[in-house]
Ligand binder design. Structure first.
Ligand SMILES: *[C@@H]1O[C@H](CO)[C@@H](O)[C@H](O)[C@H]1NC(C)=O
Ligand SMILES: *[C@@H]1O[C@H](CO)[C@@H](O)[C@H](O)[C@H]1NC(C)=O
Ligand SMILES: *[C@@H]1O[C@H](CO)[C@@H](O)[C@H](O)[C@H]1NC(C)=O
Length: 504
C-alpha cells in the first residue's frame, strides 16, 4: 500500500515537472527573447565549468615580483571566454523585463528568479510568486488543498533540510548596505599595502565598498572586531598562499582593528621565521596582546615544497615538489587553530621560468608528460596538500582547515600584458546572485570533497564583482597595464573574511 502510494506520488511529480518543462519551452518559443530560458536539470549540475583547454603556453615575459599579474591559467582563460554570460546571469544590455530563468529544481517546487537588475530582498520573492503564476505552478501553501497527500512529501522535505544543516555560504546574493565598508580605505596604514588602498589612488568611484554578501538560507553575523578577537582568544589564524591570500590577511587585520592604529599589536614574525631584514619577507605575523590572538600570513604561492638545487649558487633553480606540501606547513601546523590555504594564479609557464622552478615528483625531476600541463600539476599539488592536511587533522583536533577557492580575474579585451582591462564601475552589472549549489572552482571542490578540510568558496560570488579590482589605478601601473586580479581594500576580500568568520 505504502509503496503503491509512493509510486503514484512520484508519477504525479514527474507529470508536474513535465508540464512545467513544456510550459517553459512554450514561453521561450513565444517570447523569442535573445537568450533562451536556461533550464537546469538538477542543482548538482547547475554550473558545469568550461572544459579545460590543455594548450601549451609560450614563454611569456614575467618577473618574480609577487605583485605582477600572473598570466591566466587554462581554467581562467577558458572562463574569460565565457565572460559574456558569467554563471548564467545576463550581461548588460539584454532585455530583462520578461525573461525568466529556472534557478533550482527542488522536489516539486520550481524556484524562478527574474533575470536582470539588482532587486532588493523581498521584491525578488514577489517576482518569484508572479513567475509561479505564469508557470501555473501551485504556490507552496496551496499544496494542502491539492489532491496530493502531502504528509509524505513534508516528511521527505524535513529529512532533507535536516541533512542540509550546513550552510552553503557561496550561494546567495549581494545587497547594498550602508554599514559597509568595515574600515576606512584612508586608514589601516599599519597593515594595508598602499598598492591595494584604492582610496589613496586617483580612483573616484567607490560604490564597490558598499555591499554585503547574503548567503541563501542562513545569516552571517555582523562582523565585530573586538568580538571576533574574544572568540579567537589564544588562537592563531594562518593564511598561507599567494598575493590574494596576503590580501585576505591584510583585510582581516583591518577588519579586526576597524582600520584604527593599534600600537599594542606586536610583530611576532620572528617566532615563525619571518625576518624583518629581508627585502621581501616570507611572511608577517601579529599578535593582539589582550586576547593573545595571532594572525599571520606566509607566502607560498603554490603550496608545494620548494628546494634549492644548488645552495652555493645565488641564482639557483628550485625543485618544485608537486607531491610535497610546503615545509612551512609541516613545521608549523601544530601552532595553528585556523588555517586558510589558497593557490592558483602562479601556475603558469611565465612564473615557472622567472622563478627557475622545476617540477619534481617522487623526489626526482618529473618525467610524466601529462604533468607538464599546468592544470594537472596544480591539481596534483592541491590534492596532495589537502590529502596530507586531512591526514594530520586527527592529531590536531583543534585545527579548522580551509581551502579558499580561486579568486577570479577579470581581464577583458586582452591579458594583463596585452592591454586587458576591467573598466566597469557600476556594481553588479552582470547580476547580483549566485544560483548554483556547486562551487565554480571544481578543482578546489574536488580536492576537499570527502575530507575534513572545508571549502571557503568565494569564486562565484567574487566573479560578480569585476568593478572591485585595482584596475587602472595601481600605483605601479605602467602604461596600459591594469590590475584586474587583485582587489581594492576595503573590498571583496573583506567578504571572504566575513564568510570565514561565520564558517569558523
Ligand atoms: C496521507 O498519508 C499518510 C501516510 O501515508 C496517511 O496516514 C494519511 O491517512 C493520508 N492522508 C490522506 C488525507 O489521505
Ligand atoms: C653550484 O653553483 C656553484 C656556483 O655557481 C657552481 O660553481 C657549481 O658548479 C654548482 N654545482 C653544481 C652541482 O651545479
Ligand atoms: C585531480 O587529481 C585527482 C587526484 O589525483 C584526480 O582524481 C582528478 O581526476 C584530477 N582532476 C583533474 C581535472 O585533473
Amino acid at each position: 500500500m505504502k509503496v503503491g502510494s509512493l509510486h503514484g506520488l512520484r508519477g504525479k511529480r514527474l507529470l508536474l515537472i513535465l508540464v512545467v518543462i513544456c510550459t517553459l519551452f512554450l514561453i521561450w518559443e513565444w517570447e523569442k527573447t535573445p537568450h533562451p530560458v536556461n533550464f537546469i536539470p538538477s542543482p548538482d549540475t547547475t554550473y558545469l565549468p568550461p572544459p579545460v583547454a590543455h594548450k601549451t603556453h609560450t614563454c611569456e615575459h614575467a618577473t618574480t615580483e609577487e605583485e605582477d599579474f600572473p598570466v591566466a591559467d587554462d581554467f581562467w582563460h577558458a572562463m574569460s571566454e565565457r565572460e559574456k554570460q558569467p554563471f548564467g546571469v545576463p550581461s548588460k544590455g539584454h532585455k530583462t523585463t520578461s525573461s525568466l530563468k529556472v534557478t533550482e529544481v527542488k522536489k516539486d517546487v520550481i524556484v524562478v528568479a527574474p533575470l536582470g537588475k539588482k532587486v532588493a530582498g523581498p521584491s525578488r520573492y514577489s517576482m518569484t510568486e508572479k513567475a509561479e503564476q505564469v508557470l501555473n505552478v501551485p504556490p507552496k501553501d496551496s499544496a494542502a488543498t491539492s489532491s496530493v497527500n502531502t504528509t509524505e512529501v513534508d516528511k521527505n522535505l524535513k529529512a532533507t533540510s535536516l541533512e542540509k544543516k550546513e550552510c552553503n555560504y557561496g550561494k546567495g546574493k549581494w545587497i547594498d548596505d550602508d554599514r559597509r565598508p568595515l574600515y576606512s580605505g584612508f586608514g589601516c596604514k599599519q597593515w594595508l599595502s598602499m598598492m591595494w588602498a584604492c582610496r589613496l589612488t586617483t580612483r573616484t568611484d567607490f560604490s564597490y565598498e558598499k555591499y554585503r554578501w547574503q548567503p541563501e538560507g542562513c545569516e552571517i553575523q555582523e562582523f565585530e572586531g573586538t568580538e571576533f578577537l574574544k572568540r579567537m582568544q589564544d588562537k592563531t589564524i594562518a593564511f598561507v598562499g599567494d598575493s590574494l591570500g596576503r590580501q585576505q590577511f591584510q583585510s582581516l587585520m583591518c577588519m579586526v582593528t576597524g582600520g584604527r592604529e593599534n600600537p599594542e599589536v606586536e610583530d611576532v614574525g620572528i617566532e615563525f621565521g619571518f625576518s624583518k631584514g629581508d627585502k621581501r619577507p616570507s611572511g608577517w605575523a601579529y599578535r593582539f596582546p589582550k586576547t593573545r590572538t595571532t594572525i599571520l600570513y606566509y607566502w607560498s604561492s603554490t603550496l608545494c615544497e620548494l628546494e634549492p638545487l644548488n645552495l652555493s649558487d645565488p641564482a639557483t633553480g628550485y625543485a618544485m615538489h608537486l607531491d610535497r606540501p610546503a615545509a612551512f606547513l609541516k613545521q608549523n601546523l601544530h601552532r595553528f587553530d585556523v588555517l586558510v590555504l589558497n593557490t592558483g594564479h602562479h601556475w603558469n609557464r611565465g612564473k615557472l621560468i622567472a622563478n627557475r622552478w622545476e617540477f619534481y615528483v617522487g623526489g626526482v625531476p618529473n618525467t610524466n608528460r601529462r604533468l607538464r600541463e599546468m592544470g594537472r600539476a596544480k591539481n596534483l599539488t592541491i590534492h596532495t596538500v589537502i590529502k596530507w592536511l586531512d591526514s594530520q587533522l586527527p592529531q590536531h583536533p583543534k585545527l579548522k582547515a580551509f581551502l579558499r577557492s580561486i579568486s577570479p580575474r577579470h581581464f577583458f579585451h586582452g591579458e594583463w600584458n596585452t592591454g586587458g582591462s576591467c573598466d566597469n564601475t557600476s556594481p553588479l552589472a552582470h547580476g547580483y546572485e549566485v544560483l548554483q549549489d556547486a562551487s565554480a572552482d571544481f578543482v578546489a571542490a574536488a580536492a576537499v570533497s570527502g575530507t575534513r578540510v572545508k571549502l571557503l568558496d568565494i569564486t562565484a560570488l567574487s566573479h560578480l564583482r569585476d568593478e572591485g579590482h585595482i584596475s587602472r589605478y595601481g600605483f605601479k601601473a605602467s602604461e596600459g597595464v591594469h590590475d584586474c586580479l587583485h582587489w581594492c581594500l576595503p573590498g571583496i576580500p573583506d567578504t571572504w573574511n566575513e564568510i570565514l568568520a561565520a564558517q569558523i
